[in-house]
Design a protein around this ligand. Sequence first.
Ligand code: MV4
Length: 447
Amino acid sequence: MFSKILIANRGEIALRVIRACKEMGIHSVAVHSTADTDAMHVRMADESVCIGPPSGTQSYLSIPNIISACEITGAEAVHPGYGFLSENANFVQVLEDHDIAFIGPTSEHINTMGDKITAKETMRKLGVPCVPGSDGGVPTIEEAHKVSDEMGYPVIVKATAGGGGRGMKLAKTKDDLEEAFSTARSEAKAAFGNDEVYVEKYLTLPRHIEIQVFGDGKGRAVHLGERDCSLQRRHQKVFEESPSPAIDAATRAEIGKTCAEAVAAINYAGAGTIEFLYENGEFFFIEMNTRLQVEHPVTEAVYGVDLVREQINVAAGLGMSMQQEDLVPLGHAIECRINAEKLPQFQPSPGKVLAYHAPGGLGVRMDSALYQGYSIPPYYDSLIGKLIVHSPDRPAALARLRRALDEFIVDGIDTTTPLFYQLLDEPDIQTGDYNIHWLEKWLENIE
Ligand code: MV4
């Protein structure tokens, strides 16, 4: 086992990893920018290294600075958290060149899944159901017309270097295709330096369902069911739950088996998420994320596992403790992402936290790096906490969520907390009758 791990991240996810390290008897090293000297992850780690000025590009994204911090402290492994360098294949390569372990998959798997065309082709060959669309890249408008006519409108043009909602253009009819195709290409060229695009049938009212997978890197893998992440605003998730109100045990077992077998076949190592659109009882693969996700705690609650501990064990060559037959979902978990933002416009609201009280009690988990007196810096994303509740069933989880929100106190900054009270009052949320467009439509109509 590693004796020292460096966490190349900040905020609540850095704390999450430090907590796992402590429980495993592993020394933790925090890195921080000059804006994060007083951050909780720095206090909670065994050691810390300043790696640069406030700007993320010059600190948490600086590969040379993070490698230097590893060398100075003698860290044997790096946990990247999510965002920042977590899906950067070059970073993984540089770590390898310095004999430092990366707690995550290989650079090859990151590359494969980072290119969305290659990811889709890989998954299709592995038997994972995909959205109907072009076979690979579409280099000309003539070809775009040909595939679109064959499959029928609406279609969506996506950048192979995109993902997570970046670099997509919808063509509702044939008249829209030329513009969608050319703007998707030029925006992709400008944003990613790669103008390759592909075309898919546009699904009008799907849910976003993602399957948590975990591999040992040696041909064994398991799945840990699904998370329903349909409630999003501008491609940012707001409210996630497991199990999905739309998925039954037989459906879960079938898609889960398909996903676990796919990642086992490629010797995938560590945590991964296979994203699907789910419409009319059918799954359609869109992307795979090769990192630990923000919303992993809902899966941890329902399956009773510590995904970060498993990641560290696999990276250290000790294998995973999970066996598929032992992974039985229990109850229902919901996560609310609480942002330092001012409603109704969601403007960032950094500043000093004058009072802070985290909710607690049975079935409540608050992952947050806030404390009273802390000043939230304006340089990073606005997530300040994740409130996760777990109960025997969905109605009880909704009731527990309301109770936990009542206990939550944060003064001095604006947060998105009021949104969750309003959501809990909605009949569609109470019944689970929502899709990927529900939240944006609802936000247009309230206030
Ligand atoms: C789609 C789609 C409809 N049809 N692909 C947006 C994020 C990226 N991961 C994929 N996205 C979509 N791909 C086809 N063929 C609709 C979306 C989409 C979406 C997906 C998940 C959650 C929220 C969304 C909001 C708008 C569009």
